[in-house]
Design a protein around this ligand. Structure first.
Ligand code: 13P
Ligand code: SF4
Length: 303
């Protein structure tokens, strides 16, 4: 922490000077999460908070689709991402043309799109969802069949909890797809008294054998409420780092992967971003209304 203090101090001072707010995802490093973020949360919380921003500049500490969502909800504000190469294997797995082709294949079937997609994909879908409201959104849309894209595992995990038929896409999160039921068995063997919790982007064979599954915010909440003496958070590694300092009496054991995209954001490029007003997130104005509608519909349906 003393090493980071000068950067944290400069960022927080510049933030005020530039009338900027920092929105950070739960996968950001502790120095960002605890040091400079004004708002932290999961994808849904960040989208909801983006609708309430008063400042004229938003610095998104997360990946590109999150910054695009902030821009959709704030087309007249400046939205910055400290490194625009911060992508996502899910967002890059599907294009707007793919969605249009799927619609033609299944006429009339509603399309529920995970927020981990480009604005262009959101613009050709009916409603968005996140890992925290996926089941509610699927149950709320009309009809007994739903196209749920692009995360095959979130879709399969949701399909187990609903009566609706779900048509999936072959996308996956590169951070969560590698976890297996054998990994969980090994963790249980190594730490017999530990609770094991996982994100629903993991394959169903993992979700079936863990003690709890939910969005990043739901996982944090679960740990803070249940206070297990020992816990493994099967997700991105910064999660336990961020919660550990806020949760005494819980021993956090390692069973995580790093998201290289989330890790592109650091204190140095946040400071640079604020200094230079870069890299500005631009969304084609022609697609903003439709993409925004899909996000707003989700927020409305999650209230
Ligand atoms: P949530 O924070 O919405 O659970 O999303 C996890 C994730 O992988 C974001 O990229
Ligand atoms: Fe995408 Fe997975 Fe990284 Fe989240 S953790 S940004 S879903 S690759």
């Amino acid at each position: 922490w003393p090493f980071y203090a000068p950067l944290i101090f400069q960022i927080n001072a510049l933030k005020k000077e530039k009338d900027a707010v920092i929105l950070a995802h739960n996968y950001q490093t502790p120095q960002i999460y605890h040091g400079v973020a004004d708002i932290v949360g999961d994808s849904l919380q960040l989208a909801v908070e983006a609708t309430k921003v008063k400042q004229s500049v938003i610095v998104q500490c997360g990946v590109h689709f999150m910054a695009e969502t902030s821009k959709l909800l704030n087309p007249d504000k400046t939205v910055l991402i400290p490194d625009s190469r911060a992508g996502c294997s899910l967002a890059s797995s599907i294009t707007a043309a793919d969605v249009t082709a799927m619609r033609e294949m299944y006429p009339g079937v509603p399309v529920v799109t995970y927020v981990n997609t480009s604005a262009a994909v959101k613009a050709v879908t009916d409603v968005c969802c996140t890992s925290s409201n996926a089941l509610d959104i699927v149950n709320a849309v009309e009809g007994d069949t739903v196209i749920m894209i692009p995360d095959q595992f979130l879709a399969q995990n949701t399909a187990k909890k609903t009566d609706k038929k779900i048509i999936t896409w072959a996308g996956a999160c590169e951070v969560h797809e590698t976890f297996t039921a054998d990994d969980i068995s090994e963790l249980r063997h190594a730490y017999p008294t530990a609770k094991i919790i996982a994100h629903p982007e993991c394959p169903p064979e993992v979700i079936d054998v863990v003690d709890f599954s939910g969005s990043t915010a739901a996982m944090i909440n679960w740990v803070k409420t249940e206070r297990p003496p020992r816990v493994v958070m099967v997700t991105e590694c910064s999660m336990s780092d961020n919660v550990a300092s806020e949760t005494t009496g819980v021993d956090f054991l390692r069973g995580c992967n790093i998201c290289p995209h989330m890790k592109r954001i650091n204190l140095e490029n946040i400071l640079w971003s604020l200094h230079t007003n870069t890299e500005e997130v631009i969304v084609d104005p022609a697609i903003i209304p439709d993409a925004r509608r899909a996000v707003e519909r989700m927020i409305e349906m999650s209230r």
